[in-house]
Write a protein that binds this ligand. Structure first.
Ligand code: DQA
Length: 147
């Protein structure tokens, strides 16, 4: 059992070297450490999973129903077309926040559509790694409000 699971989708394991002008220089390990730290500052325990496979993320969301109180997710490109991930997230009733490092609304038209946005509490875009801090703050407040 961990309070929050931070989920990272395809290609986010390449952060640091992947298009730093768009995604920044932080690596996935940097982001993971920042997320665990941010959760701890709110007195919350956390775990992290990154996968390049849609099925792993769907399975992690299913497991989260019994294992986690909240989900923070950057689904990578799955954001734009994964109905199976959207359906899985819809099953999870706790707080859910979608985070994107880049401002997807200032990029290609296909990135401006999120099929998961309708099933999460809120979406944070364009703040780089700060987005995960903001998401953690939101999750902490939502969990407190539901206690
Ligand atoms: C991303 C935006 C997506 O469009 C892209 O496919 C990613 C990263 C972001 O964090 O800005 O992999 O989710």
């Amino acid at each position: 059992m961990r309070d929050i699971i931070y989920l990272f989708g395809p290609n986010l394991d390449r952060l640091g070297t992947r298009d730093p002008a768009v995604y920044g220089s932080a690596t996935l390990a940097d982001l993971e450490a920042g997320c665990i730290d941010a959760a701890a500052r709110h007195g919350l325990s956390a775990e992290v999973l990154q996968s390049n496979r849609e099925a792993d993320l769907v399975d992690a969301v299913h497991a989260a129903v019994a294992r986690n109180r909240a989900i923070v997710i950057n689904p990578g490109a799955l954001t734009h077309y994964s109905y199976s991930l959207a359906d899985a997230l819809a099953i999870f009733s706790g707080p859910k926040i979608e985070v994107h490092l880049s401002n997807v609304f200032a990029r290609e038209p296909w990135r401006q559509v999120s099929v998961v946005a309708p099933v999460v509490n809120g979406t944070i875009v364009g703040l780089g790694k700060i987005g995960f801090m903001v998401a953690t703050e939101a999750v902490a407040a939502l969990l407190k409000a539901s206690d």
